[in-house]
Design a protein around this ligand. Structure first.
Ligand SMILES: Cc1cc2nc3c(=O)[nH]c(=O)nc-3n(C[C@H](O)[C@H](O)[C@H](O)COP(=O)(O)OP(=O)(O)OC[C@H]3O[C@@H](n4cnc5c(N)ncnc54)[C@H](O)[C@@H]3O)c2cc1C
Length: 429
């Protein structure tokens, strides 16, 4: 039986970043518990790979993750330089297809600086100027964001794990947290391999399973979650240059936490379209629609017996879901959505699927999507849920904010290690 000061559940980008900060600032015993054979094997590797500039995030609804994304942008650039990892600044064109969408872009021009961005990093273009920049793109207008970049977040997670290990963090892989008990004011986690860990404090960063873990601590028992798979198609080599920047469009459904499929450049030189948002029964149903039949039935009964079912009576939600299903079943339907702004793309240009990833938005007891990342304190524990896009971008600053919160609560004291760090903790405000 091993004893730790901090046990972090989940070795994604968030859990790994938190372990890095604590281990570089404090002399404490930390363990990261990960059920897979390595860190970053789920959402942290299965995403679009964009280091987002937060111009499209409403500061009143997503202020914390937006600010974290803004600060982390430079932090990831420094990390990539110091650790020799690929980082390409490619820019993003966020296109409006009509006057109504153009009005949304005007809001983005205000939100960007409110989230910390320099206004010179965004440029409003009319349709003609857009064509000069990207001859194949049709639009009414667009914002060109110069700073957006692309990376491999899976590689970032693995490298950050190495840095955290150098500071003394232990990574327990192939270890799924099964049960949680409180014994003599310590939390005892029993793992799938029958091992146990004892710790003074637990941080729950279990991604798509973070609500399940919170429930094991007796928290959020009246909350639900849904899982939406984002699928991609890879452009064949000769069509990879149809556009040389990322092309996003103003989302049709502003009230739901998904963007419409976009044209994206990968850091390895490939171009893809995606992701859509197809409802699936678990955070790891990467193919098919039903997955494990027991999991499917349990998810279905959870939706039908909790207030999540209220979403089934929301016509906008049901219309979005049916559209997303269609775009999963039919490649042509997915391509049609991109053809609205990139008319030259054709289904036959895409013969291989990309790596799908799954978002898990949290649903409140009154059947609404939680808009920002969600934090909650429990008995000797802290829980981060709904940590969705741009969570990969925001991870270094967001996890530093978490350290500040734990300091304010007296769970961590003033820093005890004068260690060199990749980033300067004092700069994160
Ligand atoms: C389709 C898609 C596209 C995206 N694109 C972008 C993008 O371009 N830019 C961006 O900034 N963000 C993007 N995101 C969001 C970003 O990828 C996530 O916010 C981020 O990766 C979340 O990291 P995490 O550590 O919270 O979760 P994860 O990476 O999922 O890590 C959670 C870990 O917990 C482990 N775990 C779960 N349960 C247990 C248990 N019981 N015991 C032990 N371990 C457990 C899992 O195995 C997993 O490794 C995208 C997300 C999706 C789905």
């Amino acid at each position: 039986m091993e004893k730790y000061d901090f046990a972090i559940i989940g070795g994604g980008l968030l859990g790994t970043s938190i372990s890095y900060w604590i281990s570089s600032l404090y002399d404490v015993k930390i363990v990261v518990i990960e059920k897979e054979s390595d860190v970053g094997m789920h959402t942290s590797s299965r995403n679009t790979g964009v280091v987002h500039s937060p111009f499209y995030l409403n500061p009143d609804k997503k202020g914390k993750i937006a600010r974290a994304a803004f600060l982390s942008h430079e932090m990831w650039k420094i990390f990539a330089q110091k650790k020799n990892l690929p980082y390409k600044t490619v820019g993003t064109l966020e296109v409006a297809l009509d006057e109504a969408q153009h009005k949304v872009l005007e809001k983005y021009l205000v939100w960007g600086p409110k989230n910390g961005m320099n206004e010179n990093d965004m440029e409003l273009l009319d349709g003609t100027d857009v064509k000069k920049r990207e001859p194949n793109v049709e639009s009414y207008s667009a914002i060109f964001c110069k700073t957006d970049s692309v990376v491999d977040y899976g590689a970032f997670t693995r490298k950050l794990k190495e840095e955290s290990q150098k500071n003394g963090t232990k990574f327990l892989v192939n270890s799924k947290v099964e049960t949680v008990e409180n014994i003599n004011n310590e939390t005892v986690l029993t793992l799938s391999n029958t091992k146990q860990t004892h710790s003074r404090y637990v941080i729950n960063c279990a991604g798509g399973y973070s609500l399940d873990i919170a429930k094991k601590f007796g928290l959020l028992t009246d909350y639900g979650s849904l899982h939406f798979r984002g699928e991609y198609w890879i452009a064949e080599k000769e069509y990879a240059n149809l556009a040389r920047t990322n092309i996003y469009s103003v989302p049709n459904y502003q009230d739901f936490p998904f963007l419409d499929p976009h044209w994206i450049l990968r850091v390895d030189g490939k171009s893809e379209i995606g992701p859509n948002a197809v409802p699936v029964p678990s955070p790891e149903t990467y193919s098919g629609y039903v997955g494990d039949i027991e999991v499917f039935i349990s998810k279905l009964s959870e939706v039908l017996t909790t207030n999540t079912r209220k979403l089934l009576f929301n016509p906008d939600f049901m219309s979005l879901v049916s559209k997303e299903w269609l775009s999963s079943v039919s490649k042509s339907v997915m391509i049609e959505r991109v053809q609205r702004f990139l008319p030259k793309v054709k289904p036959e240009f895409f013969s291989e699927r990309g790596t799908a990833g799954i978002r898990t938005p949290i649903i409140t007891p009154d059947g609404k999507f939680v808009s920002d990342a969600m934090e909650l304190e429990g008995p000797n524990s802290y829980h981060i849920l709904n940590y969705n896009s741009p969570g990969a971008t925001g991870a270094p600053a967001y996890s530093a904010y978490l350290i500040q919160t734990l300091q304010e609560k007296g769970i961590l004291d003033k820093r005890t290690k004068p260690k060199d760090s990749i980033w300067n903790f004092e700069n994160i405000k």
